[in-house]
Design a protein around this ligand. Structure first.
Ligand SMILES: [Zn+2]
Ligand SMILES: [Zn+2]
Length: 341
């Protein structure tokens, strides 16, 4: 089969002819890829940023945002059958460790991450496990939802956690209405009656945010902290969800947070610099967010099937992988690029 592989760091990806994956373990599932999302992490892999952490042996097939049709299953698989439409949770997890048994499979002690530390989905077929596949509603197509498997799942995980404490009448500030942020806004809108205030430097992103459900859009032009304080009666918001996490976003974000509020960190890059006396005297909380669990992905697919979460995609045939990467790097993609073998 055709596969797009990393052959060296600081080198371009290369198309190769590789053996088809086959179920070898009882819980293995081989998926015929319908869509593989092209992610900024893929660019970082090529830059060598993951080389040490993943320990992967080159060459290998990248692509960690996958959806398609079940092609073959191991002898013990009962939850999906050949031909089922599925989206693939990015991790292959053991199901036996303490984290897996509490549904917190993201923190599995023995997980594999196809596309990062083993063969991924920029290919015609991908091997994953029965624990990782979520059946799709008839109304959804693999190529349309593939990119929700990672970027969308991370946004869902943070937004759903934030929504857990938001009551009607509360305010929630979302910083950043880009790729992850615009999914987070749709999720918050679906899960809570809290008032949503979205802050972004880009006026177009703010307009988009309002069109998908934000109650207030605020352009980050230097007056935005005082504007948010005005919108929250001078108190700040009960919850801030920060999809940026760099360029001074956290210092501004903390000033928008109410006493005893929750500050969700999703985007990353800078240090949070808050005096500890401020943390104890106001009882604010800082909460980290990684990618979502299998159950988070199931819930996100329910919202997608209900039409409450939509992702804009640009599709490329598998062979045009280089165009997709170039367009991503040049900022020419609205929403997400998806390879369709
Ligand atoms: Zn990704
Ligand atoms: Zn586990």
């Amino acid at each position: 089969m055709k596969a797009i592989q990393v052959v060296g760091y600081h080198e371009k990806l290369r198309q190769a002819e590789v053996p088809m994956p086959e179920p070898t373990g009882p819980y293995d599932v081989v998926v015929k890829i319908g869509g593989a999302g092209v992610c900024r992490t893929d660019v970082h892999i090529l830059e060598g940023q993951w080389a040490e952490k993943s320990g992967v042996t080159l060459p290998y097939t990248i692509g960690h945002e996958n959806a398609g049709w079940v092609h073959a299953v191991g002898s013990a698989v009962t939850n999906v059958a050949e031909g089922d439409k599925v989206i693939v949770h990015p991790l292959v997890t053991c199901g036996l460790c303490r984290a897996c048994r509490s549904g917190d499979d993201v923190h599995c002690g023995q997980s594999l991450f196809p596309g990062i530390d083993t063969h991924g989905g920029y290919a015609e077929y991908l091997k994953t496990s029965a624990r990782s596949v979520v059946r799709l509603d008839d109304s959804l197509e693999p190529a349309d939802v593939a990119a929700l498997a990672d970027a969308g799942l991370t946004a869902y995980h943070a937004a759903a956690k934030a929504a857990g404490r938001l009551r009607p009448g509360d305010r929630c500030v979302v910083i950043g209405a880009g790729g992850l942020g615009h999914i987070g806004i749709q999720v918050l809108k679906a899960l809570t009656a809290a008032e949503l205030i979205v802050v972004d430097r880009n006026p177009d992103a703010v307009t988009l945010a309002v069109s998908i459900g934000a109650d207030h859009g605020v352009v980050a032009d230097g007056t935005h902290v005082s504007r948010v304080l005005e919108l929250t009666g001078g108190n700040g918001a009960e919850v801030v969800v920060d999809f940026v996490g760099e360029g001074g976003a956290t210092a501004e974000g903390v000033r928008m947070l109410r006493r005893a509020g929750d500050y969700h960190v999703v985007g990353y890059g800078e240090n949070i610099d808050v005096p500890t006396i401020d943390i104890i005297s106001t009882e604010i909380n800082f909460i980290g967010n990684l990618v979502g669990s299998y159950n988070d992905l199931c819930e996100l697919m329910v919202l997608a099937a209900q039409g409450k979460v939509r992702l804009h995609t640009s599709k490329y045939p598998l062979e045009r992988f280089q165009d997709a990467i170039d367009d991503l790097e040049a900022g020419r993609i609205r929403g997400r690029a998806v390879l369709t073998p």
